[in-house]
Write a protein that binds this ligand. Structure first.
Ligand SMILES: Nc1ncnc2c1ncn2[C@@H]1O[C@H](COP(=O)(O)OP(=O)(O)OP(=O)(O)O)[C@@H](O)[C@H]1O
Length: 737
């Protein structure tokens, strides 16, 4: 084998005393000590560089003939075998060349004297430093590598304190930036608030002696008196804090002596369930008065609602009757007159009479869509005497603004009554508007708007559609010091009596089994029949024994469920999921069947009222619903809310869990958290700054072992899924499986 073309220089073995200096830390930015080469190997380098294209030089120890062979590139055997080297002359020439190189080498030191002496000097310096044990950073030329930085700490001035940025201006108007706050624990007796004795009795009948915080602040602001706020009011108070009574009581108390039925208050809520709920509270308060409370919601025939809302009477007014008849005949001739409306009613009243439209209700509770329909299509549905407009769950209603309901309602409220429907006073006001004494005429009734939500947003662009006048924001909160600071400034408070749990459910594929386990083991405290059998050592009993054992355990389950006081509201993400889950639970655990129901949008008002009544009475224990039930639903004694499907937003979570722990009662909220939802849930809901909890409370993580959850149900689960699929596809074979 020929030797290496480039001979590396190996540093001489270091004396033991020098070892210590090698363990010193490397200079910054370097990984090893710089290698300093001795002049000797450099000379070798030079030599080998030049010879790199030639054959390796033969060793001086070789015999002469071997050297010849090596020089010629032939082995000794080849030469002995009689193969006389043919290129003897050439070899001779090569030897001559080698000699010339040797001569040149002798001249090399002179040629590179300067370089070599430089290396010698640096080598000696390096040796001297190494011997002295000091750390040394060798000088390196710019071409080699950048000079190492020497980190000599320079004296620094003391760091400037980080002063939090406090703008001298506010992006919010002062009424939003500086709300009137009240602690949620503050209560005042209704008597002290000066509530009329007849209403005190009604409240006591319901067990209400003291006004809750939101009521104690709103009642004086809405009732006539020294503390009345002559402007609009926005209220932000957590779920179950008693907002419904806070606005209904002052309105009904003020109207209690109203002799003529006049539409005085409109209450807008997002769903028909909430219409029913508010109606119930209003009717209880109106008992014993002449006040009439009406509703307008999509599930009732429109014509019957019209009859309820507007009463048509004939009024004797020959001049006005003549004017109207002339107008009607002009319209008929020009074919502009449409059917319905005032001209139809004109034909129905006696001669020289005009139709007069009176309100059929004093208080109207409605959904926004239906209200707009009545504004647009119900002849004589006039809002000129409305004194209160209440918008509950306002953040949702304003955000949706379907059919542009807010704008349509505001136009109807604030604009003048259409000319044909004007009463004498309005007509006079219109005619005399430009006269000097016009201000002496009674003004249009001022409207007080009350806008409420548990998750009120300080969004001016949205609130602007409500055309608020001299508004004031009232915030009911726990402890002000606890207030976390959310980036968008919106903080939603949870009831102080709420306990929250998060249950990881793996990838979520076995969520129904987790739900069943939680229901049976943690809430209803029921043992599964199979477990009982296993406990008694008969897990492998025959099917005959099974069928014998089942009825008794089923009966036990039913009687245990009937006596249980739990009311469990399970939230899923859609109405279809609600029906499916109810079906699945009934198949997986047949004793549960009579106690599980799903809330479906297809149900009539009566059906859903019946369902909610059964749930409130405890005949149904588990109600499965979509987010439509997450807002406002007030069913006393809901003990548990389970988020089977993760809520879509923080606001949705706040409203869902707010169905329990209402008005100071205890409640539990459980959320099933799949792996891919865990990040959002823990960051936004459990630890996020937008959700405010009472000091010291947090979401508790509950780990369930998958083995415990699924141990005896894998097969039943598969069968139940197949059966469910069969039911969905309408395949009877699968349904029977
Ligand atoms: N003064 C009171 N004392 C005791 N309980 C009350 C009082 N006022 C109202 N409640 C009860 O508080 C519960 C919650 O009331 P309400 O439905 O008005 O809450 P809410 O603030 O509108 O909640 P949400 O924001 O969820 O709609 C009701 O069951 C009601 O009967």
């Amino acid at each position: 084998m020929p030797g290496p073309l480039y001979a590396r220089w190996v540093p001489p073995a270091k004396p033991k005393a020098q070892e210590k200096s090698e363990s010193l830390p490397h200079p910054p930015g370097k990984t090893s000590q710089p290698t300093i080469e001795s002049p000797e190997p450099l000379r070798q380098k030079e030599k080998s560089k030049r010879k790199s294209t030639d054959q390796p030089a033969p060793s001086p120890e070789l015999k002469e003939d071997e050297r010849d062979a090596a020089a010629s590139g032939h082995t000794q055997e080849e030469q002995e075998s009689g193969e006389k080297p043919k290129k003897l002359k050439k070899r001779k020439r090569e030897l001559d060349v080698n000699d010339e190189i040797q001569v040149e080498e002798e001249a090399t030191p002179k040629k590179h004297k300067a370089i070599l002496s430089k290396f010698e000097r640096s080598y000696q310096r390096a040796e001297a430093i190494r011997a002295s044990g000091e750390q040394h950073y060798p000088e390196t030329s710019k071409e080699d590598e950048p000079a190492p930085e020497l980190h000599v700490p320079l004296p620094q001035p003391a760091p400037v304190a980080d002063i939090p940025y406090q703008p001298t201006f506010s992006a919010l108007p002062s009424w939003l930036a500086t709300p009137t706050t009240i602690e949620s624990s503050q209560t005042v007796s209704f008597e002290k608030l000066g509530i009329h004795p007849s209403f005190l009795k009604k409240l006591e009948k319901q067990g209400f002696r003291d006004a809750l915080a939101v009521q104690s602040v709103l009642l004086p602001m809405l009732r006539p008196g020294y503390d009345q706020h002559l402007g609009d009011i926005c209220v932000s108070a957590r779920t179950g804090s008693g907002k419904t009574l806070a606005y209904l009581l002052p309105i009904i108390e003020t109207l209690r002596d109203q002799a003529v039925t006049t539409l005085s208050a409109i209450i807008v809520v997002p769903t028909r369930q909430l219409v029913d709920q508010a109606l119930k509270v209003a009717e209880e308060l109106c008992e014993g008065t002449k006040l009439k409370v009406g509703t307008a919601l999509g599930s009732v025939p429109f014509a019957s609602e019209q009859k309820q809302l507007v009463k048509v009477r004939a009024r004797y007014d020959p001049q006005r009757a003549k004017e109207l008849h002339d107008k009607a005949s002009r319209q008929m001739k020009s074919a502009l007159g449409g059917r319905g409306g005032i001209f139809d009613d004109l034909a129905k009243v006696p001669k020289d009479h005009v139709p007069q439209y009176d309100s059929g209700v004093d208080i109207l509770i409605c959904t926004p869509g239906r209200l707009v329909e009545h504004i647009e299509s119900t002849t004589g549905f006039l809002l000129r005497s409305v004194r209160w407009l209440v918008i509950d769950e306002a953040d949702q209603l304003i955000a949706q603004n379907f059919q542009g309901w807010a704008t349509a309602l505001m136009d109807a409220l604030h604009d003048d009554t259409p000319e044909d429907f004007m009463n004498t006073q309005e007509r006079l006001r219109k005619q005399r508007r430009n006269l000097d004494w016009a201000p002496a005429l009674p003004d249009r009734t001022h409207i007080t708007k009350v806008v409420l939500s548990a998750t009120m947003k300080k969004d001016l662009t949205k609130l602007g559609t409500l055309r608020l006048r001299r508004p004031r924001l009232v915030v009911v909160e726990n402890d002000k010091e606890d207030q976390p600071s959310a980036p968008d400034g919106e903080v939603y408070e949870l009831p102080s009596t709420l306990a929250e749990y998060a249950i990881p459910v793996g990838d979520g594929s076995k969520k129904p089994l987790y739900l069943l386990f939680i229901l049976l083991r943690h809430i209803l405290n029921l043992n599964h029949p199979m477990e009982e059998k296993t406990d008694s050592g008969s897990a492998n009993s025959s099917s005959e024994e099974d069928s014998e054992a089942e009825p008794s355990s089923k009966a036990d389950c039913t009687s245990a469920l009937s006596s249980d006081r739990s009311r469990i509201l399970v939230f899923v993400k859609s109405n279809e999921n609600a029906s499916r889950l109810a079906h699945l639970l009934s198949v997986l655990e047949p004793p549960l069947q009579p106690f599980v129901k799903a809330m479906t949008p297809g149900a009539t008002t009566k059906q859903s009222q019946k369902l909610l009544r059964s749930f409130a009475a405890g005949r149904i224990k588990i109600l499965i619903a979509s987010d439509t039930a997450s807002r406002g639903l007030d069913i006393p004694d809901i003990t548990h809310v389970i988020n089977y499907d993760m809520p879509g937003s923080i606001i949705s979570y706040v409203h869902r869990v707010g169905r329990t722990a209402r008005a100071g009662k205890q409640g539990q909220a459980m959320t099933l958290v799949a792996k891919n939802e865990a990040g959002w849930f823990w960051n936004q809901i459990a630890k996020g700054s937008s959700v405010k909890r009472v000091r010291g409370t947090k979401v508790v993580r509950v780990e369930l072992k998958e083995r415990d959850v699924t141990w005896d149900r894998k097969r039943t689960y598969q069968e139940a899924l197949q059966q469910l699929q069969g039911a969905v596809e309408g395949n009877p074979d699968n349904t029977e499986a």
